[in-house]
Design a protein around this ligand. Structure first.
Ligand SMILES: *[C@@H]1O[C@H](CO)[C@@H](O)[C@H](O)[C@H]1NC(C)=O
Ligand SMILES: *[C@@H]1O[C@H](CO)[C@@H](O)[C@H](O)[C@H]1NC(C)=O
Ligand SMILES: *[C@@H]1O[C@H](CO)[C@@H](O)[C@H](O)[C@H]1NC(C)=O
Length: 526
């Protein structure tokens, strides 16, 4: 760990412990609410929900209810941030920073949107992308059940500002990590400008700190929000670090011999504020677990690190739990890889699992996009943390076949994000022409906020935002020119956009019932 200042650590510790403390009483309330609902209130809750219940999933003896799509909006692919660069990829990860209900029944707040590594095609000028996150205001009034459809778009996102991330005195880069900077832990670096490479995919907001997960390491970084500076780095067990011939090698241009598959790193990151456990989910299996093919890579890994609340927050938590997650697969046996993770209860998570079809892909017809559920209790999965499986020579599922003695956690369908009747409320489709009403291929992020309804305390808004891969005809991105240190803006036209048009960022709001879940008060929300 490198801490820039002890003052910062103290501030973060205070914030983190405040978050945990705020969570605790609510956590205890959860137990009482759960007891009550097993007697009388369960029936009333079910009957209130029945008018707009579009699907129920039973898990851990509880009923999770999907009430359907209530809001939809977009961010134009032509928008630029305060650095003049295209706003794209922003649905890679999201985190609410504030949220409240107004007397007129509308909701407003702010949301942080975090893009990944920038535009993929082109030279250094458009790929030497500095990792960042954007803060937006949000506002919506949920769609009335009696509303005439297709309704007009009712989810408004307004740009406020951008935070660039820094490692030491340098910005990070989206370029491929073709070098290793030795240290504890070794860091992925691009030889082009000797900057640390970030392909950011997960985001947790803890007041003055952002916790960010990436695909190159795959690492987890703690970033001071005031400065954008990384102050601590968490590396996963050796089994997950990409290695070639026993040596760490972070390139994502080809697969390692063991460790995370290229571009299949920590897509999912979430913090359980009731107990300080930080959870990360790989997009699909490591190479030794069958990661090289869609037909063998369904056994992913979910890792849980515990912070010691009596010690300063130092991002050196202890790996306490690790499960094999059996991702869903198509009829042909192709894995529906995971793009996000969000805690919704004690050991219960939403997992965003999906196909790659829709706008952004060459196949329009989508067949699977789910905010699904996974539980570390329901299936009694095997905890492999600290076992031989944390070493690369001991795969849990060589060639995609689970070894004997390991029980995986299974993914259960919950919110169907491509449901025709829900998308059509806003004139959207899950098939047909490649236009702006076709669902985006890459839905990649989840966030939750309580609907604030005393009658339905378990009801939440579920936010889902797409990653448009910076597919635009009006592309603008800055990179360093020949390592001079100066960032120069360059224009690009994405080839997919030349064929099908620019791809807006799509933002969806669903309403769901998460039985017994009590999201801690906003501090720092999630
Ligand atoms: C990483 O592996 C790639 C592909 O084998 C190779 O070209 C590259 O030189 C290696 N990088 C390092 C730092 O060893
Ligand atoms: C960067 O370096 C390349 C190759 O040396 C050169 O062709 C190019 O003109 C340089 N660009 C700038 C902006 O200095
Ligand atoms: C910082 O970036 C410059 C190029 O902008 C590079 O020459 C230098 O080596 C980098 N230093 C570190 C410590 O990353």
């Amino acid at each position: 760990m490198r801490a820039s200042t002890t003052g910062l650590l103290a501030a973060v510790t205070a914030a983190f412990m405040a978050a945990s403390a705020a969570a605790l009483p609510q956590h205890h309330l959860t137990a009482r609410a759960g007891t009550a609902s097993s007697s009388s209130s369960a029936a009333s809750a079910t009957s209130t929900a029945s008018s707009d219940n579009v699907g129920t999933t039973s898990l851990d003896g509880k009923e999770f209810v999907n009430h359907g799509l209530v809001a939809f909006g977009r961010i134009s692919a032509a928008d630029v941030d305060s650095f003049g660069e295209s706003i794209g990829g922003v649905g890679s990860a999201i985190a609410l920073e504030s949220f409240s209900k107004k007397a007129d029944g509308s909701f407003s707040g702010s949301i942080r949107l975090q893009p990944d590594r920038g535009h993929n095609q082109g030279g250094a000028a458009t790929s030497d992308y500095r990792a960042r996150s954007h803060l937006y205001d949000l506002a919506f009034t949920p769609l009335d059940k009696a509303a005439k459809t297709p309704a007009s778009e009712n989810f408004k996102l307004t740009y406020r500002n951008t935070l660039l991330y820094k490692q030491g005195s340098n910005f990070t880069t989206g370029l491929d990590p073709d070098q290793v900077r030795q240290g504890q832990p070794p860091l992925p670096v691009a030889s082009y400008d000797n900057h640390v490479t970030f392909d950011t995919e997960g985001l947790v907001d803890v007041g003055p700190v952002l916790i960010v997960s990436d695909e190159y390491g795959p690492y987890i970084y703690a970033i001071e929000k005031a400065s954008g500076r990384v102050f601590a780095t968490l590396a996963p067990p050796a089994a997950i670090v990409p290695m070639r011939d026993g040596k760490t090698n972070f390139t994502a241009l080809s697969n390692p011999t063991t460790g995370r598959t290229a571009n299949q790193g920590f897509e999912g990151l979430t913090l359980d504020r009731s107990n300080g456990m930080l959870w990360a989910l790989l997009q699909s299996a490591t190479i030794q677990d069958g990661g090289s093919s869609k037909t063998t890579n369904r056994y992913s890994r979910l890792l849980g690190w515990a912070y010691d609340p009596t010690k300063p927050f130092n991002l050196q938590p202890t790996l306490k739990e690790e499960y094999v997650v059996q991702l869903p697969a198509s009829g042909k046996g192709n894995t529906r890889a995971s793009s996000e993770l969000h805690i919704v209860g004690d050991g219960v998570f939403l997992v965003l699992a999906r196909d790659g079809n829709g706008f952004g892909d060459n196949t329009a017809q989508t067949t699977y996009k789910q905010a699904a559920l996974v539980s570390t209790k329901e299936d009694n999965p095997t905890n492999i943390a600290g076992t031989k499986y944390d070493q690369p020579q001991n795969p849990v599922s060589p060639g995609g076949n689970l070894v004997a003695g390991i029980t995986p956690a299974v993914v259960h369908d919950f919110v169907d994000l491509r449901a025709t009747d829900q998308l059509s409320k806003f004139g959207l489709r899950n098939d047909g022409a490649f236009d702006q009403n076709l669902i985006a291929s890459k839905l990649e992020s989840l966030a939750l906020a309580s609907v604030g309804d005393k009658q339905s305390p378990d009801d939440y808004f579920l936010f889902v935002v797409s990653d448009n891969d910076f597919v635009t005809l009006d592309g603008k991105q800055a990179g360093q020119i020949n390592g001079t240190g100066a960032y120069v803006l360059a224009s690009y036209q994405d080839p997919y956009a030349q064929q099908h048009g620019s791809g807006d960022t799509q933002a969806f709001v669903y309403r769901v019932t998460l039985p017994g879940y009590r999201q801690p008060a906003f501090l720092g929300p999630n």
